[in-house]
Design a protein around this ligand. Structure first.
Ligand code: ADP
Ligand code: TRP
Length: 332
């Protein structure tokens, strides 16, 4: 039996380097490996916890879909869909919510940090928190468990969500017998949290991202904004603690990376290091960027691809959904 791999990205902003390195790149690697079944999706209902403007929702969803496709996702082998096109996920989400202890969700990082922000700002603890934010991990558990997922490639910030999915699966299994596979997360240890322009985690929420498909001029400017220390050009630098180097190696060949490592040791100015980073990244992204723009100019084609994917997804999960309902006592 092939192992099932699954991951999703929510359309709450433009795809950035952190998304690419933490989630998309490893997921594409797994999609090429014949020993896995892969399911990748646009987590639009997760996006709805934040995005309440219909035009923005549409544009951002197409952006996420086009990013996967432009980066080379093969939709003949991987199932690629929009979460909202697979209604069984939401049926399961309700079922799982009846097995999710509220205390577990109170401890979810995303919710907890909103509560803490409110407390620090002297507001009511739940101010600005909608129930979608609170139950977010349950919907994510449904995404994962419905596909009998074994491996979930994500960035480090999502580990807790995968653990919550495991907890919920275990408590369901305990009640009804072995039903759900217990998922595991797959983390890129080296670059598990890519820093943004201000040194904090690169995230749409912090406005510190480098969008992956940014056009060359803006890309160069953004790279120039990456924070560096005040060491002089001729001073030796530690490549392994440099954000510039860690980005460089994601886009450069192994030979280029070794040369750059030596340059760091013997001393390279930050300006020059940034220029080299721009150069490898820009040439790596040239083709994907063209494909991305082309895809976005024909969104009907994207819709078609996503709908085909949703059909395949439903074919795979509907029998399992029936089994789950039978176990609960809903079907005879
Ligand atoms: P954001 O924090 O920008 O809202 P998402 O939560 O939509 O990003 O993340 C989508 C995927 O990209 C997740 O698997 C997440 O772990 C990964 N990811 C996001 N930011 C980073 C980062 N700075 N470094 C590594 N992975 C990241
Ligand atoms: N919560 C994830 C994020 O913010 C997106 C997501 C939704 C997801 N459902 C998923 C990731 C299922 C992996 C598996 O990045």
């Amino acid at each position: 039996m092939k192992k099932q791999v699954l991951t999703g990205i929510k359309p709450t902003g433009r795809i950035h380097l952190g998304n690419y390195i933490g989630a998309i790149k490893p997921a594409l690697g797994l999609a090429e490996n014949q020993s896995y079944n892969t399911a990748y999706f646009v987590a639009d209902y997760h996006g709805l916890t934040k995005i309440h403007d219909p035009i923005e929702m549409k544009e951002l969803s197409y952006g996420v879909a086009a990013a996967w496709l432009a980066l080379g996702l093969n939709t003949d082998s991987a199932i690629f869909y929009r979460q909202s096109d697979v209604p069984e996920i939401f049926e399961l989400s309700w079922i799982l919510s009846c097995f999710a202890p509220k205390g577990l969700l109170n401890r979810s990082h995303a919710y907890k940090s909103m509560v803490e922000d409110n407390q620090n700002g002297g507001r009511e603890v739940d101010s600005g928190v909608n129930m979608g934010v609170f139950t977010y991990p349950i919907l994510m558990a449904a995404d994962i468990l419905l596909f009998q997922t074994e491996l979930v490639p994500v960035g480090k910030d999502q580990i807790q969500h995968v653990e919550i999915a495991r907890d919920i699966a275990e408590s369901f299994n305990k009640q009804y017998g072995e039903t759900f596979v217990l998922p595991e997360y797959v983390i890129q240890e080296e670059t598990s949290v890519l820093p943004g322009l201000d040194g904090r985690k690169m995230s749409k929420s912090y406005n510190n991202t480098i969008p992956l498909f940014e056009e060359p001029n803006k890309l160069r400017k953004l790279i120039n904004k990456i924070k560096t220390d005040s060491s002089l050009p001729e001073e030796p630098k530690d490549p392994d603690s440099s954000d510039i180097f860690s980005l460089y190696k994601e886009f450069a060949s192994s030979e280029q990376t070794e040369i750059m490592r030596k340059k760091f040791h013997s001393g390279i100015g930050w300006g020059e290091a940034k220029a080299e980073l721009f150069s490898v990244m820009n040439s790596f992204m040239k083709e994907p960027r063209d494909r991305y723009n082309e895809l976005l100019s024909d969104t009907e084609a994207i819709d078609q691809i996503l709908q085909n994917g949703a059909e395949k997804a439903r074919k795979q999960i509907i029998p399992f959904m029936r089994e789950i309902k039978q176990k609960i006592g809903l079907y005879h």
